[in-house]
Design a binder for this molecule. Sequence first.
Ligand code: ADP
Ligand code: MG
Length: 729
Amino acid sequence: MAKLRFLALEEILRRQPAKIDFPDVKTSEYYGVNVFDRMKMQKYLSKEAFEAVVKAIEKGTRIDRKMADQVAAGMKAWAMEQGCTHYTHWFHPLTDGTAEKHDAFVELDGNGGVVENFAGKHLAQAEPDASSFPSGGIRNTFEARGYTAWDPSSPAFIIDKTLCIPTIFVSYTGEALDYKVPLLKSLAVVDKAATEVCHYFDRSVNSVQSHLGWEQEYFLVDEALFLARPDLVLTERTLLGHASAKNQQLEDQYFGTIPERVAAFMHDVEVEAYRLGIPVKTRHNEVAPNQYELAPIHEETNLATDHNILIMDLMRKIARHHHFRVLFHEKPFKGINGSGKHNNWSLFTDTGINLYSPGKTPKTNLMFLTFIVNTLKAVHDHADILFSSIASTGNAHRLGANEAPPAIISVFLGKEVSKMLDEIEKSVSERKMTPDEKTELKLNIGKIPQILLDNTDRNRTSPFAFTGNRFEFRAVGSSANCASGMIALNTAVADQLVKFRKDVEAIKAKGVKKDEAIFQVLKRYIIESKPIRFEGNNYSEEWRKEAEKRKLPIATRVYEAFEAYLTPKAKKLFVNNGIFNEVELEARTEVRLEKYIKQVQIEARVLGDLVNNHVIPVSIDYMTSLISNVKGLKEIYSEKEFKELASARMEVIKEISGYITTVKAKTVAMINERKVANKIDDTLERAKSYEEKVFPYLDEIRYLVDKLELIVDDDIWPLPKYRELLFTR
Ligand code: ADP
Ligand code: MG
């Protein structure tokens, strides 16, 4: 039978060239048609119901059943006009994907027919079978059933004639089984804490909203080639494959012309995103061949998180219309850049002020500095937790590989902001400041906006960088749910802001004026958080050494990073702020450890299969053909001539044979380590064993197989090669 690899290549050559289907209307004319947004709510809901939903969105109030019935009726009317036949509660279980269970609107009418029905109770709550979602033991210890409940703060939308209702997912005993519950809680605590701090500067602020603008990186691989790679199909990363002679050395991909087929894909994704009210804005080629990026305009964090998850689903689906598969894995290819998801984050007041954007007066600038310094302090105090929030099996390949943030969290502020902080540190003292000193400090603070305006300071290597009007959390993995990092960040900042108020009040109680008290506390934080500030090259070896000296947390193992959620410090942060209780923290850590184990286990199995069923058989075939060639030479040449002619071939035979022996031996050893690990009961110990004993084999075996790939006849090599995977567009 012909090999899948060659069938794939033939199929690609036969394909019609890509064509873009441009819609003949302006984007603004169809933007949000598939979303039950405020405009549609106004049209389909009674005034009373509309106001109840708006209040729920803005103030987090509850919607009672009677009102829910009204909202459901309006939603149904709208959805049916759009041709919907089904509805689903749409939620984020702890799997990095979404879950949905579709129900038709139809119900029996009692007269042999059906009617469409969708009541408040269907909108408000549903009971998917929770037992098949990861729960880290919650379900065993407590309650097997869970339910989903409507989240009015994220609007319902339509996909493929199904009305999707964003929901939270909790167990009957109240533990969160998803990302949304803790995210919403963290957004509420940061709202409260930040609003109170704003009141030092501006009494008119009523609420503060966290904003997120994600940048999503991804790879596209031709579908036919993808299907010929069992490792991609089953693990989303290549477990084998020698580097292509050309990869990203020429740096000709970044911001380059977007290939037509890719452009057609992006275009379709964008049209669908606009219909769903996702404000996508930027698209471009990334550094690695076949790597791209998509970014929207930032939105409120809960909505932005939903939109990111939603668009990842859309991309997977639409890619197939273009004979592509999209890879969100953090490191699908060895030796070239992996993918991340920058989380641009800031806080906005209801009065329209971005708290990370310097204002026009010394007072608003002091507010700006207060938020910068508190964020700095929060990241300093909880660097281990932030790192934990983004740790994953895939991200472990990418972090620290000199292409993405290292495994050390640090903050980049840029020259100008750093200078300001130095200024505060230098000029503020415990004693009362003289009027002159105060004036000078305020004057300096007043200068920030002009300075920042033309300060395009960027440090691409920093995992947490201030970029003029926001912080960029760059260490997030491309496949991750944004919520995980956002929960950690918002909670850490909220916790810090509460402490800040306490610290300021304590000084004020001693009779010190408010501004001076603020300066004194800021100065203390600036000094305390110094170790986390780093403006240099995060990839350098010196930084690692320096970070060790500064005693910054450096997690070298994935399980270590996960365990950071179980330290007394982490428990204090999350439990005291009401984000997770101890059971949830433990359950989540268990889920992550288990996922890690399963992922490495699957990778190890796939690699074992590839070695035994693909690599070794073709290597033996090739060796056999060389052997028969040598035998033939021996038959027709004299002993002396034969020795001369056959020596090179015999070398190759020896080489292949050697590799086969070692590959085989290592594969057996890996399988044995897996067996040992599988017998370990304790999840943490099992994860350790997988990470320390099984995982290293993946690379060792790969190294040898990649050597074989270079030797064996290309005509019989069964797996699409890197040059094909990366340069077929
Ligand atoms: P770059 O690659 O230079 O970082 P991009 O334009 O690719 O810039 O992405 C920047 C992202 O940051 C966008 O999603 C944008 O909406 C978002 N962003 C800009 N300002 C803010 C802000 N104040 N808060 C949150 N996100 C922001
Ligand atoms: Mg960015």
